[in-house]
Design a protein around this ligand. Sequence first.
Ligand SMILES: [Zn+2]
Ligand SMILES: [Zn+2]
Length: 346
Amino acid sequence: MPDALYLHAAHDARLGPAPALSNRPDGVRLDIAAVGLCGSDLHYYKDGGIGSATIAEPFVPGHEFAGWLTDDVPELGLGAGALVAVDPNAACGQCAWCHEGHPNLCPHVQFIGAPPFHGAMTPHLVVPRRQIVPLPEGFSPLEAVMLEPLGVAIHAVDLAKPRLLERVALLGCGPIGLLILEVLKVAGAGEIVAIDPQPHRRAAAAQAGATATGADLAVLADLTKGEGCPLVVEATNAPLGFRDAVRAARIGGRVVLVGIPDGDTYTLPAAEARRRGLKIKFARRMGEVYPRAIELVRSGKVDVTSMVTAEVGLDEAPELFRRHAADEPGLIKSLIYPNGQKRKGD
Ligand SMILES: [Zn+2]
Ligand SMILES: [Zn+2]
């Protein structure tokens, strides 16, 4: 039996025998090519859960992944060996939110890699056929994996609706923040001021086209003469992320909250938000974004490669969780290759 990476509880990531493969009739079997380590996976590791979603039994995380089909799938026009991405979100399609076009808000959602559903940090996985995302020629496993977090960024920018050349404050320059930065530029935003306490992440933001960067809000006070920005996008894991987003916003501004705070609790002085009369939106996962994510990568409008700073095999995955939880300098996005890093022809 090959090994899979299991989260047992907070700060307890271990390899164990891979779970049995599902034999559902609509299932398609994949050899997992690569899987991303997401901030949400890290929350399960650091906190043992996210809000009411807790680790009741050991589960295999991994919802950002790509794989090679092990059999022909004529319904999709794909042959064995084809590299495909997977949309981890299976909404019910029946409820009011699904009917209103918000599959990301479906309360009956089955999400691959969120407990109790095992994810892709394992060599093989069976996924429902309708969640398979075919790819154009020439995609690498890395690019295919990054479509999911890129989709989260597209959804965030859809919610933010930047006006042409509008100045934006971006809080948090992890993978999601950096992807949001790139998509904001494609969407026509103006100056983007990127804020993150970690120097290597600020450098990555500058590389990705941020106009200015800073370790904290002081940089905004100078640039905007204390007024703040009309649009703020928050993509941190900080309990003070909401407060900082409010403080970065000008009177009457808009705030989009994308990050998940450590400990699942925000600290927010109410008057600071109320007196600004802010419009605040929360982002959850994504809507129908795969065609646009594929086009952004295919056309080269968005670079998903430079932010990948570690690529390891499954045997190093437990250590990778620990390194990320410790905020090891230099890390941004990490990928795990459950069947080995390279395959012939890659
Ligand atoms: Zn994710
Ligand atoms: Zn639904």
